[in-house]
Design a protein around this ligand. Structure first.
Ligand code: CO
Length: 214
């Protein structure tokens, strides 16, 4: 058997020991529950671990990951995570984090069939079609893919703002900020796309929902 599997238990023992050494109550405090201020929607890519790249600890970020950090409005998994994070945990920030070199986005721009995933990635083709003129105007293939990855993050943030979950939170005057960021696998740096959306005014009127005031 590949010893990488055994190694995770050895690593875990060392991690438990070091956490207990830093703070003997570290694990005890975590048993009281969680109140993370941030929901993170990131890519499943193994090179983009949410806690590690943000220097956060267990208890600080509620995490949802899927291929190419997508916010697909029929995805019950994403909707359940979002609803729980916004309405039960009461997070004040939702971050969509993409990453340069994202295989999902690159595959979506290609014509080759990969498998079942093609159906998931088709949402990215829709994003490309919306921004075709800007993307096609970029000649350099690397810059083109980097911009496409940024635009995909931006559209996923907009898709978050189209949900009734997010719009009802804003309608109830809850503090809820949506952010788009991109991680650079090549140097470890996070880039803030400066979206910082906290109302639905940027959306086409057809997406702006009447809010039920209970
Ligand atoms: Co990716």
């Amino acid at each position: 058997m590949n010893n990488i599997y055994q190694k995770i238990f050895e690593n875990n023992k060392r991690w438990v020991a070091s956490k207990n050494e830093q703070d003997p109550d570290f694990f005890k405090k975590l048993t009281y529950g969680q109140k993370p201020p941030i929901l993170w929607i990131g890519c499943s890519d193994s090179r983009v671990p949410a806690n590690e790249i943000t220097g956060t600890e267990p208890g600080e970020i509620f995490v949802h990951r899927n291929i190419a950090n997508m916010v697909v409005h029929t995805d019950m998994n994403m909707l359940s995570v979002l609803d729980y994070a916004v309405n039960i945990l009461e997070v004040s920030h939702v971050i969509v984090c993409g990453h340069y070199g994202c295989g999902g986005v690159l595959a979506a721009l290609d014509n080759k069939q990969v498998g079942i995933i093609d159906n998931w990635l088709r949402h990215i083709k829709d994003v490309y079609r919306l921004h075709k003129s800007e993307i096609d105007a970029i000649q350099d293939p690397e810059l083109k893919s980097r911009r496409m990855i940024e635009i995909n993050v931006q559209e996923q943030v907009f898709d978050l703002s189209k949900t009734s979950i997010v719009q009802n939170a804003w309608g109830a005057n809850r503090e809820l900020h949506l952010h788009g960021i991109v991680y650079d696998v090549a140097n470890g740096v996070l880039k803030d796309l400066q979206l910082n959306i906290s109302n639905n005014q940027h959306l086409d009127n057809v997406y702006q929902l009447d809010i039920d005031h209970i």
